[in-house]
Ligand binder design. Structure first.
Ligand code: ADP
Ligand code: MG
Length: 708
């Protein structure tokens, strides 16, 4: 703590390098604090993903403890990512009694490697009966330990007594292995035998809202559901693009500055902070890194956003659609594959036409996305994200890919067996001599595509803002690994690797070109066109989730050792269960708001109008009070409707909870409960625009979005 205060005072922007990663047990700390041979074997394990020799764990634990204590830590925790979508920690202190009635600070290799949190309260989808509540956490040495709030946090994987994954991280690590295995075969087939590992890299851009805490606390929907369940659209929203990249308000700037500093101390490479499209909406983008580290860092980022906001009297909302009819928040998963020799397989280079490894990697992603549209859709399916997808602000629920004209032409040339001359990178003259020439990119930015090639990586834009990136990357890595496996089978048998690679690309284009769409993904024509092409359009979470456990998918994940059938079934159950629980909370919150506050708020306005009418008529019987009377009638009708709908909704929730199978229950929540909630909302929002501000029980959108 003292450490933190001290650091806060000395921070200035030009000494970032001095405090960057100051709370991380990173490579340079390890090198300094570990005996050389211990350091080397740990380093090998991290670089090559090989398992740790148990002999070194005591030495590492000891060094970690010393270092953590020097940072003011008194406790340690295994830090893991159960299927709740957030991280979990259980703190233990370092103290152990000594023989003289005092204590010593201890931390053993065993405690570093393995933890046993009582797992029964984490979702397991039936993987763990209560009588075998044991769950294990196991150290992930490839993600650095760090000190946060006086606790040494050790990134871990979380599994059941039977070894099944109970978290988001384990399958993702397995999928990174799967991709590495197959990608290595490919690069080796091209003679690049110096490559020892291929990693996937991820840079997740994170969108969020910041709302004043006092206003937030007055809205039960925000407090319980992280989104508003009612609320009329403000007269001004994002139409005028004032906010996007606009000047950042001082209070927000102070938040961003502190957030950056906190993240930097934890070694998170926060880089870009700017306002987003909607009022009160912002974005943070880090520099990309290895997938599992990026996932850990994104979790930390979300956690710190909430904490730092609180210190500034703000609340950070990570929900995908906190405000109806205002842009929602997403997360862009920028993804690529890189060798340990520093080659980005998705970097086109100067002459993409001749860069056969690049074209082959590109083809592999195209084929994978086309074959497994369902998996990408499933990986981002959540109740919150359903409100956002296809709402003229986020990609539709249809998965397609954007490549840009140039790359598409190159691939089509390969398909037709002709050579394509690379266009010279165009230099752009802005028209004023003082401004230097800038080079134009290979691809323009198509913002409407769910899966876009953006220069040297793919950007998957369907993720919801609150989601962990783990599931998406597990899917992505596994499906690309599967395609690479088939490519490698062909290449390894071929006499001429280059011509076989060309043949593979040609075959891929012939079979999978339908997934490429360079046009406007938001348009209605695309919905029709996509249907003609036979692309999936899984509109909601309840449509998407059950496909996860279809036969081909189970075979895919088992083939690569990423998930087995039991794990997949349990994941579907957990996701469906989450979906139902969330909608249950939302429905009950709405019933409470309408029943307790909204109806009485409208009533107060009716009462006021009755009084006014009476007063007017007392003053003079010929004053026309038709308008008042009409409003009184409208509002009375509306309150009657609200009474009825509220009762219906409340009964429907009771009925839902009696439905025995999860998929039927989720379907009911989607079809019946959401529909009723929408009906209620339409009336409440209409009345909000009539009822006097002083009688409306909650802060309005205008206040929430513009009062910072
Ligand atoms: P935009 O808003 O235009 O998408 P940003 O600069 O906000 O662009 O975000 C781009 C993200 O892509 C950053 O997080 C960046 O680190 C990441 N990125 C760049 N190269 C790669 C790569 N090879 N692999 C993964 N992510 C990458
Ligand atoms: Mg982006």
């Amino acid at each position: 703590m003292g450490n933190f205060l001290f650091l806060k005072e000395v921070f200035t922007l030009n000494n970032i390098s001095e405090f960057f990663g100051i709370n991380v047990f990173n490579d340079s700390v390890m090198q300094k604090m570990l005996p050389n041979d211990t350091y080397q074997s740990l380093r090998n394990a991290i670089n090559q993903g090989t398992s740790i020799d148990s002999g070194i764990s005591d030495a590492v634990a000891n060094a970690m403890k010393k270092w953590a204590i020097s940072k003011g830590a008194t406790h340690f925790t295994h830090w893991f990512q159960p299927m709740t979508g957030i991280t979990a920690e259980k703190h233990d202190s370092f103290i152990t009694p000594d023989d003289n009635g005092g204590v010593i600070m201890e931390f053993s290799g065993k405690e570093l490697i393995k933890g046993e949190p009582d797992a029964s309260s984490f979702p397991s989808g039936g993987l763990r009966a209560t009588f075998e509540a044991r769950g294990y956490t196991a150290w992930d040495p490839s993600s650095y330990a760090f000190v946060k709030d006086g606790t040494l946090c050790i990134p871990t994987a979380f599994c059941s007594y039977g070894g099944e994954a109970l978290d988001q991280k384990t399958p993702m690590l397995r999928s990174m292995e799967a991709l590495n295995r197959q990608a290595l075969r490919i690069v080796h087939a091209f003679g690049m035998t110096d490559v020892k590992r291929v990693n996937t890299t991820v840079g997740p851009e994170q969108e969020y809202f910041l709302i004043d805490k006092h206003l937030y606390e007055k809205r039960p929907d925000l407090v319980f559901c992280d989104r508003t369940l009612i609320g009329a659209k403000p007269p001004k929203s994002q139409e005028m693009s004032h906010h996007y990249f606009g000047v950042i308000k001082p209070r927000i700037a102070a938040f961003m500055k502190e957030l950056d500093q906190e993240l930097w101390k934890l070694g998170v490479l926060a880089k870009t902070e700017h306002n987003e499209a909607a009022p009160a909406q912002h974005e943070l983008a880090p520099v990309f890194t290895t997938t599992n580290i990026a996932a850990d860092h994104n979790q930390l980022t979300m956690e710190l956003m909430k904490k730092v906001a609180d210190r500034h009297g703000l609340v950070c909302i990570l929900h995908e659609k906190p405000f109806a009819r205002v842009n929602g928040s997403g997360k862009h998963n920028n993804w690529s594959m890189s060798t340990d020799t520093g080659i980005n397989l998705l970097k086109p280079g100067k002459n993409p036409s001749d860069n056969i490894l690049f074209l082959l990697s590109l083809a592999a992603v195209i084929e994978a996305v086309d074959r497994h549209q369902d998996l990408l859709r499933i990986s981002i399916a959540s109740a919150g994200n359903d409100h956002r997808l296809g709402c003229a602000e986020a990609p539709p629920a249809i998965v397609s890919m954007f490549l840009g004209d140039e790359l598409l032409e190159i691939l089509e040339a390969v398909e037709q067996g002709i050579h394509h001359d690379d266009v010279k990178r165009i230099k752009m003259n802005v028209g004023a001599d003082v401004i230097p020439y800038i080079r134009r990119d290979n691809t323009d930015r198509n913002r409407t595509s769910p899966f876009a090639f953006t220069g040297n990586k793919f950007e998957f834009r369907m993720l919801g803002s609150s989601a962990s990136v783990s599931e998406t990357n597990t899917m992505l890595n596994t499906m690309v690994a599967d395609v690479l496996m088939r490519y490698a089978d062909r290449l390894e048998k071929a006499n001429d690797v280059n011509s076989e690679a060309n043949a593979i690309i040609r075959d891929t284009m012939r079979e999978h070109k339908r997934i490429i769409f360079n046009g406007d993904g938001y348009s209605e024509e695309w919905q029709l066109e996509a249907e003609k092409r036979g692309l999936l359009n899984l509109k909601s979470t309840v449509d998407a989730l059950p496909l996860f456990s279809k036969k081909e998918n189970i075979e895919l994940f088992e083939r690569h050792g990423v998930l087995n059938a039991t794990e997949i079934h349990s994941r579907v159950d957990i996701a469906l269960e989450n979906y139902c629980q969330l909608l249950n909370i939302e429905a009950l919150t709405l019933v409470g708001m309408i029943g307790r506050d909204v109806i009485s708020g409208i009533g107060k306005h009716i009462e006021f109008l009755c009084g006014l009418t009476k007063a007017k008529q007392t003053a003079s019987p010929d004053i026309n009070t038709t308008e008042e009377t009409n409003i009184i009638k409208t509002l009375s009708n509306d309150t009657n409707k609200l009474y009825t709908l509220n009762r219906t909704l409340s009964n429907a929730v009771n009925d839902a909870e009696k439905i025995p199978t999860l998929s039927d229950k989720a379907r009911y929540y989607h079809d019946v409960i959401l529909g009723l909630m929408e009906e209620i909302r339409i009336i409440a929002d209409r009345d909000e625009e009539i009822v006097a501000t002083e009688f409306w029980p909650y802060p309005t959108y205008s206040e929430l979005l513009f009062k910072i």
